[in-house]
Design a protein. Structure first.
Length: 130
């Protein structure tokens, strides 16, 4: 982690919504400026949330995913502001899909939807959709 990053680990969080409520409270508290030598200082923060599960072997993996999701959320937000569609690739789990839907990602593809198809299967799929 860089010098301007920190981690808050919470116990007893029952859902992503509980974690988001904590993050919102932190964001609201940071809106209040503080004064140093007569200058008002405003602080902002980008907060990434990762919920621990048995999928994580250690804290480093959890932190990596938190950093990754902050980047993903920033890219999606930037594309939305530019009026561009977004395609998320490599969606493998329903949790990944849910998170991308919450971030309002436009489109997605990955093993969750279909295994890779050969040319004949793709041709058949396209013909069936016509």
């Amino acid at each position: 982690m860089g010098g301007d990053e920190f981690v808050i680990m919470l116990e007893g969080i029952k859902s992503r919504e509980n974690a988001e409520n904590v993050a919102n409270r932190i964001q609201n508290d940071l809106k209040v400026p503080f004064t140093i030598e007569g200058y008002e200082i405003f602080v902002t923060a980008s907060i990434g949330i990762a919920i621990s599960s048995v999928e994580y072997g250690n804290a480093e993996e959890l932190l990596r995913d938190t950093d990754t999701m902050q980047v993903v959320a920033s890219i999606i937000e930037l594309c939305q502001k530019m009026g561009k569609s977004i395609v998320a690739e490599g969606i493998e789990t329903r949790d990944q899909l849910k998170l991308l839907e919450e971030l309002r990602c436009s489109f997605g593809q990955g093993f969750l939807f279909s295994k890779p198809l050969d040319e004949a299967a793709i041709t058949e799929l396209i013909n069936d959709c016509r």
